[in-house]
Design a protein. Structure first.
Length: 376
């Protein structure tokens, strides 16, 4: 931690990369009230919340924070257990009200959870494994009341105003099953948005992206951008001699509107490409993030030619970012003032709004104070 701060100080003293330093300061990282870092982005591999520069720990000394929400003049904070990382175990997920100074005010309640959460606009829900490995969701809202979540389903994402988008089995067929995407309102009114056939060797589901959030709540994509990503991966090919495709065939993003789903046309998916290896497919998935750029929602994503681009989810030409080269995971830091995309190895960053390229030294100085893992 200290070496990162030292690098940042040296950069300012000798005038190294002044434009990059200015670009990062413009995102408000120096005086951010909250910084939330997802699991996998943090140096200890656990999700963490920093309040006024200090990491938050629950009353039991646990600093695993998979989600939080602003709740009036305080925060609703979910605190999990590192032991619950194993999805086969169910450990309590604790909910606390926490003051703006980082001090715990009171315990709100607890639910069993693997510590995976869904952060809606008014409540946080813990994910639990139910019967036949289906999922259940329980949690609390910003008023401290128990919140409603769906149960015994394949997957779900919170919808605005307390509802849910539920992904579940609809019917079986000879070579697979039909899957439905439903919207269920807070008062339990249900509406079918989409049905799709799922071959027994295919992979389909709702794909959630993530980022570091500074002075912003880590809301689910469906709340934060009003969009969803449908992940489709072909398993063993049905055509003789066609071979297999691993992981993603493509990612499709769409806008959820009442009664229907509007997205990229079937023959013009947002991202197209053939993943010839599990490693390549993982790289595509790990580097995908949805965020707003002005009045447009874009998906940051590698393409099949090894270029990282910003793809407008409602159509339009992508804008490619050549600062990242053609390999490695790209991550995002989202603030109310703008978005920073950066290579996971710390070699380069890119401020979307200004187009400024940020070098590794400036990244370490700005991000290292929050335990954000960067390569050597």
């Amino acid at each position: 931690m200290r070496k990162y701060l030292a690098v940042g100080v040296l950069a300012m003293v000798v005038g190294f990369a002044p434009a990059a330093a200015f670009a990062l300061e413009s995102l408000g990282l120096d005086d951010a009230e909250t910084v939330w870092v997802p699991a996998g982005f943090h140096e200890d591999g656990q999700p963490a919340l920093y309040i006024r520069g200090e990491r938050y720990y629950g009353p039991d000394g646990n600093g695993v924070v998979p989600g939080f929400l602003r709740a009036g003049d305080q925060y609703l904070v979910a605190v999990g257990s590192a032991a619950a990382v194993d999805a086969q175990r169910s450990e309590p997920l604790y909910f606390y009200f926490v003051g703006r100074d980082g001090g715990t005010v009171e315990e709100v309640g607890r639910v069993p959870s693997t510590f995976e959460v869904r952060v809606g606009d008014r409540a946080i829900f813990g994910e639990q494994r139910g019967l036949r490995r289906a999922l259940n969701f329980e949690g609390f809202d910003v008023e401290g009341r128990a919140g409603w979540g769906p149960g015994e389903i394949l997957d779900a994402m919170p919808a605005p105003n307390g509802g849910w988008y539920v992904f579940d089995n609809y019917a079986s067929s000879g070579d697979g099953r039909w899957i439905s995407l439903e919207h269920i309102s807070e008062i339990r009114q249900q509406r079918t948005l989409r049905r799709t056939h799922w071959h027994e060797d295919d992979v389909n589901g709702l794909f959630a992206t993530t980022a570091v959030f500074a002075d912003a709540d880590p809301l689910a994509d469906t709340i934060r951008t009003g969009r969803w990503i449908w992940l489709h991966g072909a398993g063993a090919a049905k055509e003789e001699g066609a071979g297999d495709e691993y992981g993603l065939r493509f990612l499709r993003a769409g806008e959820i509107v009442p009664g229907r789903v509007r997205g990229a046309p079937e023959d013009e998916p947002l991202i197209v490409g053939r993943a010839d290896s599990p490693r390549e497919a993982h790289r595509w998935a790990a580097s995908t993030v949805l965020f707003e750029r002005g009045d447009t929602v874009v998906a940051g994503q590698w393409n099949a030619e090894g270029r990282y681009g910003l793809y407008p989810v409602d159509g339009g030409a992508p804008e490619y970012i050549d600062a990242f080269g053609g390999d490695g995971e790209v991550r995002a830091l989202i603030t109310p003032r703008g978005t920073l995309l950066y290579k996971a190895d710390g070699s380069a960053g890119y401020v979307v709004e200004s187009g400024r390229v940020v070098d590794g030294a400036a990244l370490k100085g700005a991000l290292g104070r929050y335990g954000i893992a960067l390569g050597e």
